[in-house]
Design a protein around this ligand. Structure first.
Ligand code: URA
Length: 225
């Protein structure tokens, strides 16, 4: 049996996008086109991924809890809103997830950062964990898991399973390009986890790469191929 899920036509499951936010903003879409292009150099690719990560963070944090506090401006006292509720932890799925972290931390400077190392078995495409390091109070935090490419969904599902085992109860998943089969698989395994992506591509190739996608995000971020 192939580890790459069968691809279904776009309209086969109109409900398949429940819980998925596709950020269709012109700035995001323009930058996605540039990162997809094979002509984009490593330094530009890294910068664009960072910029897109910030624009996706803006949407992914739209529903964060807020409270009203009393402050004084130089002119007058006022009631104004600040973030409240759970503290945040960004979790990078190594290594490409790291391309998102620095840009996100500029917007969320108090967030902690965890890392999960998973590699795909080249035969089965199943994820195998080699690293897991989280803040001690991870179970009390809202976790935003990041990986630019949601391909088969196997790594994402494994990462979310592992975080739930560690006691995490509130999560979102943020990626740059999601495959339709990967989205379906992730939604089926973790239906309560909201997904934010900049694009949905329909297919995967026989190696588990998203088509048309952008290639290997880790290699393009770090210039390793
Ligand atoms: N990982 C990548 O970097 N790219 C893909 O297309 C799929 C998984």
């Amino acid at each position: 049996m192939s580890a790459v899920p069968a691809v279904e036509p776009l309209d086969a499951d109109p409900a398949g996008l429940a819980g998925v936010l596709v950020v269709d903003h012109p700035l995001v879409q323009h930058k996605v086109t540039l990162v997809r292009s094979e002509d984009t150099t490593t330094d530009n690719f890294r910068r664009l991924v960072r910029e897109i990560s910030q624009l996706l963070t803006y949407e992914a944090t739209r529903d964060l809890a807020m409270e009203t506090v009393a402050i004084r401006t130089p002119i007058a006292p006022m009631q104004s809103r600040v973030l409240s509720g759970k503290k945040l932890c960004l979790v990078s799925i190594l290594r490409a997830g790291n391309g998102f972290i620095d840009g996100m931390l500029e917007l969320l400077p108090a967030a902690r950062v965890g890392h999960i190392g998973l590699y795909r078995d080249p035969e089965t495409l199943e994820p195998i964990e080699y690293y897991f390091k989280m803040p001690e109070d991870i179970q009390e935090r809202m976790v935003i898991v990041v990986d630019p490419m949601l391909a088969t969904g196997n790594s994402a599902i494994a990462a979310l399973n592992r975080l739930k085992e560690a006691g995490v109860t509130t999560m979102k998943y943020v990626c740059l390009i999601a495959s339709r089969p990967g989205l379906r698989a992730l939604r089926a395994a973790h239906p309560e986890v909201g997904i934010v992506t900049a694009a949905i591509d329909e297919t995967l190739n026989e190696h588990g790469y998203i088509v048309p996608g952008l290639g290997d995000a880790g290699d393009r971020l770090y210039g390793t191929r």
